[in-house]
Design a protein around this ligand. Structure first.
Ligand code: HEC
Ligand code: HEC
Ligand code: HEC
Ligand code: HEC
Ligand code: HEC
Length: 222
């Protein structure tokens, strides 16, 4: 007499669990899609950091739709080592007149009223043993877009590039692949010319960019 391995109901249970599995998978996919649709969930390549900012500030709105220049808020990127985060006064230069009743802007108005700066969380944060300088890159024809991606399309900023040592060196050993005419430093959606390498070499010369020893350890580790 063959022993019954499975109770009569087992087949149903197996079917049910298959069904449940399929449902869960569908749900998971749905959630992934939702994640991509929802404007304030970070997506992108290296978007490990879920940043809960004090204000839902959107670059897509301000830089994309409204076309406000990066330099309106990040002027210091051109002249200092930092990218620089604008202070509340910069926001209020518009928002003392625009969207004054917006609840989303309440923290900005509070900060303006009592002088306490907003505490924006960092998205990019290189290891402390690495030295980086914005102005030396920006002033020599390296674009925000090259290192930060399409910020003008980001509802919330995410880190587009891995910013590992290998990534830095990829350009330090071949900057002709990335350099642009200075007037295109703040252009987004820029397309490199077909003969970029030639043009790039020429630009490096024209702008007198010092490409000697850019891969030396002491350039970035001081
Ligand atoms: C109206 C002001 C404003 C404009 C215009 C603006 N930004 Fe910003 N930017 C901010 C604020 C505020 C933050 C901090 C909050 C955040 O991370 O979204 C920020 C953050 C960033 C960060 C991430 C900083 C970090 O924490 O690592 C990058 C990169 C950046 N901006 C690049 C750009 C670029 C490129 C442009 C032009 C396309 C631009 N921004 C235009 C205000 C602005
Ligand atoms: C050059 C002008 C300008 C500057 C500077 C500016 N904004 Fe705006 N902002 C706007 C405009 C225009 C809108 C769209 C208002 C609307 O849709 O009614 C807007 C919308 C917003 C909204 C959405 C409001 C809502 O209820 O939908 C937020 C939040 C916001 N800005 C935050 C900021 C912050 C934070 C800063 C400073 C880092 C800033 N803005 C700087 C012009 C500006
Ligand atoms: C060659 C690459 C490169 C270019 C070009 C570049 N950035 Fe950055 N940016 C970085 C790196 C790397 C960091 C992280 C720095 C750190 O954590 O010390 C950063 C950080 C920032 C930050 C955060 C604040 C800070 O200083 O840490 C802002 C804002 C920013 N960049 C804006 C800009 C803007 C605007 C432009 C164009 C004018 C630009 N960056 C061009 C590489 C670049
Ligand atoms: C897209 C190209 C590009 C990328 C990406 C890039 N760099 Fe550079 N960097 C350059 C070029 C070109 C120079 C030389 C500019 C000059 O001296 O005229 C330079 C110069 C420097 C300098 C010398 C500054 C000085 O004061 O002399 C430092 C430091 C530096 N880069 C750090 C970094 C780090 C760290 C990273 C990665 C997080 C990085 N760079 C990514 C192109 C790049
Ligand atoms: C163009 C800039 C640049 C140059 C040149 C450079 N590094 Fe780095 N290095 C970096 C960055 C950026 C990181 C941080 C990577 C990270 O946080 O993941 C790093 C990290 C490191 C680390 C730590 C590794 C770790 O896991 O955190 C060591 C060790 C190191 N570098 C050694 C060197 C040596 C040795 C040289 C010369 C042969 C060198 N680096 C040249 C940018 C540079």
């Amino acid at each position: 007499m063959s022993q019954q391995l499975f109770k009569p109901g087992a087949n149903t249970i197996a079917k049910l669990s298959l069904l449940t599995g399929a449902l869960l998978a569908a749900l998971g996919l749905g959630m992934l899609l939702l994640r991509n649709w929802s404007p304030f969930v970070i997506t992108g390549n290296y978007a490990g950091i879920a940043v809960a900012q004090p204000v839902r500030f959107s670059h897509e709105l301000h830089s994309g739709t409204l076309n406000i220049s990066c330099m309106y808020c990040h002027q210091v990127a051109e002249v200092s080592s930092y990218g620089g985060i604008p202070d509340t006064h910069t926001c209020m230069s518009c928002h003392s007149q625009i969207a004054t009743y917006s609840e989303l802007l309440q923290p900005v108005r509070d900060s303006y009223a009592d002088g306490t700066p907003l505490t924006w969380l960092k998205v990019h944060d290189l290891a402390d043993h690495v030295y980086f300088n914005h102005s030396v890159h920006v002033q020599n024809g390296f674009a925000c877009e090259t290192c930060h991606g399409r910020v003008d399309e980001m509802p919330q900023v995410w880190q587009q590039q891995k910013m590992s040592m290998g990534w830095c060196l990829g350009c330090h050993t071949a900057p002709e692949n990335f350099i642009r005419p200075l007037e295109d430093r703040y252009t987004f959606g820029w397309v490199a010319p077909e003969n970029q390498v030639e043009v790039g070499r020429q630009l490096l010369q024209d702008y007198q960019v010092d490409t000697e020893g850019l891969a030396n350890c002491s350039v970035c580790h001081r």
